[in-house]
Design a protein around this ligand. Sequence first.
Ligand code: RB5
Length: 147
Amino acid sequence: MLAIGCDHGGFQLKEVIESYLDSRQIEYQDFGTDSEESVDYPPIAAKVAHSIADGKNERGILCCGTGIGMCIAANKVKGIRAAVVSDAYSTEMARRHNNSNCLCIGGRVLNAKDALELVQIYLDTPYEGGRHQRRLDEITAIENGEL
Ligand code: RB5
């Protein structure tokens, strides 16, 4: 299952993404927020990120104004490889090379059509493994204070 969350800057985009997920019958857990009323993004990023790190959800999608704040916050949780993207190539590589488990998108950066293209790529692109796994293991070593 996917975890999804947003702040006020990403609320409209979250709505659009959820309609897209519904159309593909992809299940998700919505961690809010539920309106365009101003709200701090770190607690929402934390809920989504912990649900992934704890294995309750496989991957996540976070939306804020730029995607940056959500990405920074989510990456504070051990095991999270969040990527903020705004183009198709980076989105594909975030999956193929980085095995990203949390996509971050800016609702004030991309229009709905372009954002949904990235969501589609993110959902449908596999991780390549191989030489990339060594590098991800090195990131885990950083998290464990070993590097
Ligand atoms: C909120 O105004 C905005 O700062 C937030 O949505 C996000 O862009 C932070 O990175």
